[in-house]
Design a protein around this ligand. Structure first.
Ligand SMILES: [Zn+2]
Ligand SMILES: [Zn+2]
Length: 132
């Protein structure tokens, strides 16, 4: 029975994650999932998120030491703003595949998952800085 309950909880957490815009934190997911499942605890949400990450259904990324979660199924990279912490997606095609071949040759690893996180300044933050 435990297994069934876990599956239902994971499904609920994944649905909330997909319903939220951007790359929510566990607290964001918790706030959303509670509307439909008031009995779920934050600890349960964390456990469900970890399980989903291990299954490969969800991508976990660290932004300023906070975990954010991404339920997007298409492979993509991330660009993170150093100034405001905004996270945006960049298509996988934006990074040329020869780069991966070079990394495989240099490391001997066979790379299958390779989300890359770039850091910079987002368009909203570039403007005021340029005027200073
Ligand atoms: Zn910014
Ligand atoms: Zn993303």
């Amino acid at each position: 029975m435990k297994r069934t309950r876990n599956t239902v909880q994971r499904r609920a957490v994944l649905d909330s994650l997909l319903a939220l815009p951007g790359h929510p934190t566990a607290a964001d997911v918790f706030g959303h999932v509670r509307e439909s499942y008031p009995n779920l605890s934050l600890a349960t949400v964390y456990r469900a998120l970890h399980a989903l990450v291990e299954q490969g259904a969800v991508l976990e990324m660290r932004v300023e030491n906070v975990s954010r979660y991404d339920g997007g199924q298409t492979p993509h990279h991330h660009v993170v703003c150093r100034a405001c912490g905004a996270v945006a997606d960049a298509p996988a095609e934006a990074l040329p595949t020869p780069v991966l071949g070079n990394l495989e040759r240099a490391s001997g690893f066979v790379l299958d998952r390779h989300p890359v996180q770039f850091t910079g300044i987002c368009p909203q933050c570039v403007e005021p800085a340029a005027r200073e």
